[in-house]
Design a binder for this molecule. Sequence first.
Ligand code: C2E
Ligand code: MG
Ligand code: MG
Length: 574
Amino acid sequence: MTRFRPVSLSLRPALLLALAAGLLLPALLWLLAEGLFGAQLGTAIERHRAAVLLMIVVQGVAAAALTLRVLDQRLAWPLDRLAEQAQALAAMRPVPALQWPVDDEFTPLARGLDGLRTRVAELQSELRASDSRLHRAAMYDGLTGLPNRALMAELFGHEAASARRAGRSLALLHLGLDRFRTFNDTLGRGVGDELLKGMGHRIAAALRDSDFICRGAGDEYLLLLSGTEGWDRVASAAERLLRAVEEPLELPHSGHVVGLSAGIGIAMYPSDGTDFEGLARAAALALDRSKALGRGLYSFYQPDMDQALRRRIDAERELAHALEHGEFQLHYQPLVDAASGRVVGCEALLRWLHPQRGLLAPAAFIDGARQCGLMCDIDAWVLDAACTDLAHWLHVGLQPGRLALNLSVQQARNPALSETLRDALGRHRLAPNQLELEVTEDAFTHEPDGVPRALARWRALGLALTIDDFGTGYSSLSQLKRLRPERLKIDCSLVRGLPDDAGDCALAEAMLGMARALQIEVVAEGVETAAQRQWLLAHGCPRQQGHLHGQPMAAARFEAWLAGHAAPALLQPA
Ligand code: C2E
Ligand code: MG
Ligand code: MG
């Protein structure tokens, strides 16, 4: 502890005293000697003058020494202590409290420094606490409390280094639960979370002390087994883990008991990969193979594994990344009344601004999204983004007409869709008749029962249905009668041949006649030429969409285009 020697005098009086002693005392003594003995002593004065001078010198020296001493005690020493304390604080060294028992000119500074010291100590401990919180958040999964992928990658680095030195192998297991999505959808997210937590701890308990587990994406876990030499021993460990997963799992919070199964993909270090990401990718491919073969199975990675699987996993990652990082955008194409040129609606068309490949049309990625189960998430994004744009246009006084959204078959079958739609309409303050949903006719042929049920729910909300790409699928006329969509869209491929291809003309005429009989409105897609427009108008199909009337445009451009079409356009000559 830094202790300051207590001195009772404060600095300024002490200095004054020292000066007085040094300068005034010799003068007083001189005057006293002159006054008392000046006359009698005569020449004796001469003798004493030297003595007095000597005394003055001695007094001066004594006064200077005293001043120096006082300066040292009262100024230099405290300044040193304060400087030491300040330097220690600046260097963030732990310092004890500065004891300052005397109340002098330095006391406020000493107190200030001590306050600073206390605050620095508090901030340091807050910093340490938030540092460890950050470290936990960066290295552990928030839901299950298990290490996350980043920590696993770090651990893998150490394990791989020691395995390499010892000439041992490691096994990376990618375990994915089967049917987790169904549990999540039917029992709710809360139960799903409890299940993931419970299962994570169940799997961790089935591992040996030398093994590691981390939570991967969604319902997946990564396991690193060290010291498990030989394929047969890894296989029996995988078998043991799969059986552990299959034991009924009690969820105390929700009171459910669930029976699950899982698949495992296995990749070996160093034969299947030497870096963590490469090995994890190999294990993911092997997991995909297991899942393709059935439930409750494990597979080892094989270098010749299906390239399509690899591409699919890549596509899934890329699409999930695109969704998360806002790489999707909507373009809008107007739907016009060709007789008057008025805009009567628009269709939202999805685009992906790929960081390397540029702007992509749906044909380049929709199949991939469908296969990897991301289509519903993408459709949900489209719904929200389109409603945001529509609400904005209405707010600024534009009239885009009814907004059509394309719905994937998966989304059309999704029982939660009507709730999602109701929520989106409410949030964006839109009326149901401002939106319509387009579904391709294939949706009805592949899921003859599922879609009509969903359809009934949209109808209850007041949303219109359009059957898209009509004439390209296998829909039966009886189904059309049963579904009674509000609109049919004749596909581009049929419109292309108008008016020269007699077959296309006959087909288009038949469709228009049938729709008229069923009182279903028809929209012609892909209208590119004035001749097509004219033929369709002459055959009672004024609702048209196509490059002739307006290309799909990015939202901002479409807004400007709409502003230019605020007034009904004049009829154009054919
Ligand atoms: P669709 O719904 O039949 O959309 C019409 C397609 O025709 C669009 O292609 C559009 O750009 C194109 N098109 C418009 N006018 C013309 C024209 O005059 N000539 C020609 N040749 N083509 C024209 P796009 O944007 O590539 O979309 C293709 C399909 O992708 C769409 O067909 C739709 O089935 C699907 N799709 C688009 N956006 C979405 C979406 O947000 N969600 C889902 N699930 N599917 C979408
Ligand atoms: Mg469409
Ligand atoms: Mg279409």
